[in-house]
Ligand binder design. Structure first.
Ligand code: SAH
Length: 396
């Protein structure tokens, strides 16, 4: 096994158990090493600290598998970690009975770059780190053992993050047989999950609790759901008694899925739903000119800042969407606004929203801070800003 020697003093974040080692912290790697190999990580004076997988293409040069430098990283390690992650989810009271949930969440479960989402009898695997790719067989084997009741494991290792790792995309059936359709129930709302073509692993599971909240706030309300994808927030709002729900997305296939979702439950008032295939930035301005008003506006844009380089332009995009989205909120109405950009921290996001309210001359009150569901835990060492953050705001 090769040894990765850190520059002097660069062990500090590792001592806090942050699992990432940036290229700028690496003095050298002693011994032959290929992308994804497991290496011993040592302080500059040679003291062993951890075992990590290396990624030769990425600025995140290595991610720690464990902080016990004498223990191996092997099949048993992955069996243990995966079983622990799943047991943690099953033990969580608010995840009991959920048909759609994240079973394994990368770094927060001590499994960098490994995502496993479960939708009923189907699970979806996504590997976004060269080290995880190297252990793919062990990971699949561990999932097979831990989830004997699965009908299928499907792989969606096609996220943009793979490119930074020097990995090709890979998708397809890993084991079992895919049912013709995958449907989950989320707090009484039934939703198709397109594990093959859908975004990410097929569905935005992290918004589960916030979709439920939108349903609880929607009674009698006129609701705008911008960036609606397959209509999750919209359906919860309709089920919650919304007077009308207008939903916008630029993706035709996403809206098609949304319409199919609405048709799944004949009890939902389909005549109260209107779908708009359009650019949110443009349509918000048009509706502003037309004097449209809503009691609840939901803004859940895609990740505008996937990396630090995108932050300035992402900042402008969040400002724009919140400034114009707010103008459609009726006096005394509610805004649910989100960001999933790692480059924009919790505080900065709150500032952006506060600035927009001030610019619009609106008094704003934060009623709640909104986060991802409990199946998306935030590891103590991993910055919270990496995850979904949101605000529920009342605008006078
Ligand atoms: N709220 C959704 C997830 C939203 S994901 C849920 O709960 O499931 C972000 C969505 O924004 C994607 O569906 C994408 O197609 C859409 N999108 C991205 N840019 C857009 C734009 N400029 N205008 C409209 N929709 C856009």
């Amino acid at each position: 096994m090769a040894t990765l020697i850190l520059k002097p003093g660069r062990e500090r974040s590792l001592m806090r158990r942050h699992p990432w080692i940036f290229d700028t912290s690496v003095e050298r790697i002693d011994g032959p090493v290929k992308n994804g190999d497991t290496v011993l990580v040592a302080r500059h004076d040679g003291t062993p600290l951890a075992r990590a997988g290396v990624s030769l293409a990425s600025r995140i040069r290595a991610r720690v598998w464990h902080f016990a430098p004498d223990s191996p990283v092997d099949h048993a390690f992955f069996r243990r970690r995966i079983a622990q992650a799943i047991a943690r989810r099953l033990a969580h009271p608010s995840l009991r009975g959920q048909q759609g949930l994240r079973l394994v969440h990368g770094e927060a479960d001590g499994l960098p770059g490994v995502i496993v989402d479960r939708f009923g009898a189907v699970a979806v695997l996504q590997l976004t780190f060269a080290g995880a790719e190297r252990w793919r067989e062990a990971i699949v084997d561990a999932l097979w053992r831990a989830l004997p009741e699965l009908e299928a494991l499907y792989e969606r290792s096609d996220s943009g993050a793979r490119r930074l790792e020097g990995l090709e995309p890979r998708t397809g059936l890993v084991f079992g047989t895919l049912p013709e359709t995958v449907v989950i129930e989320e707090y009484g709302v039934r939703l198709f999950v397109d594990v093959v073509q859908g975004h990410k692993t097929g569905f935005y599971l992290d918004q589960r609790e916030n979709r439920r909240l939108a349903g609880q706030l929607a009674d009698g309300a006129r609701v705008l759901n911008a960036f609606c994808y397959s209509g999750g927030f919209s359906l919860h709002a309709l089920a919650g008694g919304a007077r009308e729900v207008c939903s916008i997305d630029s993706s035709g296939p996403a809206l098609e899925l949304a319409r199919r979702n609405l048709a799944l439950d004949p009890a939902l008032p389909a005549d109260r739903a209107r779908w708009f295939e359009a650019d949110v930035f443009t349509l918000l301005r048009e509706w502003e000119r037309d004097g449209e008003r809503f009691d609840l506006v939901i803004l859940d844009p895609p990740k505008f800042a996937p990396s630090a380089a995108h932050v300035p332009q992402a900042r402008r995009a969040y400002r724009d969407v919140n400034l114009h989205g707010m103008r459609l909120v009726a006096p005394g109405g509610l805004l649910m606004t989100f960001s999933c950009s790692g480059g924009i921290g919790t505080e900065e996001f709150r500032e952006i929203v506060a600035d927009c309210a001030a610019k619009n001359g609106r008094d704003a009150q934060v009623l709640a801070r909104l986060q991802a569901g409990p199946d998306h835990p935030v590891g103590l060492a991993v910055p919270e800003s990496e995850y979904l953050k949101g605000l529920l705001v009342r605008l006078e």
